[in-house]
Design a protein around this ligand. Structure first.
Ligand SMILES: Cc1cc2nc3c(=O)[nH]c(=O)nc-3n(C[C@H](O)[C@H](O)[C@H](O)COP(=O)(O)OP(=O)(O)OC[C@H]3O[C@@H](n4cnc5c(N)ncnc54)[C@H](O)[C@@H]3O)c2cc1C
Length: 451
């Protein structure tokens, strides 16, 4: 069957874009953390106009398909299970088209975040979502996971940026909502449904994205604070007093040590501190005075470093953004991406460290959204007890078990901790209506049916 399907896919997409060789396939079958590995029957790299034919051919052969953008996802959603066909979308990479009057960008799904940022350089606009995997993560993958990043508390996650999209459904039909009209209330919000659907409802091929005005001045500050409680007090003091504040990130001494050792860089200050808060301001005027005035109302930092030039700002951001790669170099972590109400976050952070002992927890995240990335080093990858322990603690604090990385394969057993039976039944009904034969990314997002 595979040979027949390979021939059919070669007919639609060209033989050079159908990969069967196990050695070449391997990089599409494992994720960046080393935790998720699978096996694909084939990897296909279709062009945009070939995608409906590719999906139809797979459907006719009864073969499951897994959309894959940059393979930077952290929930294992893009990794094939049970010999599915990987649809690698890197050929959907036409130059983004910028509409200055509408403040919109039209991008194909395989365009990376960094490529969109490059296309916007020199225009009066920026894209509001930014994160550390920008050089490889695609806008299609970011929409499919409703990616968040560092500026969500000011500008919202991907769902808030998507004005419209085009997608190929499980039967090869194409839904097109790409008029770019801001006001368009004709029926159900299909783009809203496809955003965050993790490749289980359709393959996104094009996006129309909202842009925000580019600010002339940026300032980054790294502050040491005595405790997580003080970090939250700092955020409360700055949120409304400093309108230019666009990011408020949190990490701890263990992460600072890990990154400094991994990247062989000196921390900006060497002073004992309970936590680090990384602030980013963007304004039409230099934001230092506004930030300094806001800090008057906040707990006094133990130490601080500021930069307003690109190289200096990147040096400070590195200590936050290199956490993920430093962790992957240290082992295969159990990764949790959770949100907790801000008034619970300090207690949760203490309790989760205690709960996973004697394993080591490395915690960091987007404080502005109450979003913590809890990484536990020590337990073997297949140990699910640690997952249950952490996620039940999150639920007991009124939090969410998936803040921005999605459910993928990593959290599907725990969906009932965050969604009621009625909610899950409604999601299943939508999945069944759009993909009755279950060929789009099976084994992801929805919990397994218990029969
Ligand atoms: C260093 C690092 C930092 C990160 N920081 C953040 C962060 O701050 N915030 C955040 O939200 N995430 C973050 N991530 C996670 C990741 O980068 C995002 O989830 C990213 O948006 C996924 O994009 P991708 O193209 O790599 O998608 P993939 O990993 O290829 O796929 C992810 C999911 O989307 C589906 N998918 C991919 N493309 C499509 C498509 N065109 N149509 C339908 N489904 C599709 C896949 O099937 C899979 O389920 C980070 C990752 C790394 C490695």
């Amino acid at each position: 069957m595979t040979r027949t399907l390979a021939d059919e896919l070669a007919r639609v997409a060209g033989r050079e874009h159908v990969i069967a060789d196990p050695e070449v396939r391997a990089s599409y079958e494992r994720d960046v953390t080393g935790r998720y590995r699978g096996e694909a029957a084939l990897v296909v790299r279709p062009a945009r106009d070939q995608l409906p034919g590719v999906v139809r051919a797979c459907a006719a052969a009864g073969a499951a398909v897994v959309p894959q953008g940059g393979n930077t996802g952290l929930a294992g959603g893009q990794i094939p299970l049970g010999g599915a066909v990987v649809l690698r979308l890197d050929r959907l990479d036409a130059e983004p088209r910028i509409d200055r009057a509408a403040a919109q960008a039209r991008v194909e799904a395989g365009v990376t975040l960094a490529d969109l940022q490059r296309a916007l350089a020199g225009t009066p606009y920026e894209f509001a979502v930014d994160h550390g995997a920008r050089s490889a993560a695609t806008l299609g993958g970011m929409a499919a996971t409703n990616a968040g990043g560092s500026q969500v508390f000011r500008h919202g996650a991907m769902r808030a940026q998507v004005i419209g999209l085009e997608a190929v459904l499980a039967d090869g039909s194409v839904v097109t909502r790409t008029s770019g009209l801001i006001k368009d209330n004709v029926g159900y919000d299909l783009p809203g449904l496809l955003v965050g659907s993790e490749g289980t409802l359709g393959v996104i091929t094009e996006l129309v994205l909202r842009l925000i005005p580019r600010r002339a001045h940026r300032l980054t500050g790294l502050l040491g604070v005595a405790s997580t409680e003080q970090a939250v007090e700092l955020l409360a003091a700055l949120r409304d007093r400093v309108p230019s504040l666009v990011a408020c990130e949190l990490f701890f001494p263990e992460g600072m040590e890990l990154v400094s050792a991994h990247r062989q860089v000196e921390p900006p200050f060497r002073i004992e501190t309970g936590a680090y808060v990384l602030l980013e301001c963007a304004g039409d005027e230099p934001p230092l005075d506004e930030l300094a005035a806001g800090l008057e109302h906040a707990p006094r930092p133990t130490a601080e470093a500021f930069a307003d030039d690109t190289a200096g700002r990147e040096r400070l951001w590195l200590f936050r953004e290199a956490h993920n790669e430093a962790l992957n170099a240290a082992g295969v972590p159990h990764k949790f991406d959770v949100t907790v109400p801000l008034d619970r976050i300090a207690r949760f952070e203490r309790e989760v460290r205690r709960a996973v002992e004697p394993s080591r927890a490395v915690v960091y995240g987007h404080l502005g959204d109450g979003n913590l990335h809890v990484n536990v080093l020590g337990p073997p990858p297949e140990d699910t007890e640690i997952d249950a322990l952490v996620l039940e603690l999150v639920a007991s604090h009124g939090g969410s078990i998936s803040a921005e990385h999605g459910i993928g394969q990593s959290r599907r057993a725990f969906v009932p901790l965050g969604r009621s039976p009625a909610d899950i039944a409604a999601m299943r009904a939508i999945k069944h209506a759009l993909d009755p034969n279950g060929i789009l990314n099976p084994g992801k997002l929805l919990p397994a049916l218990v029969v």
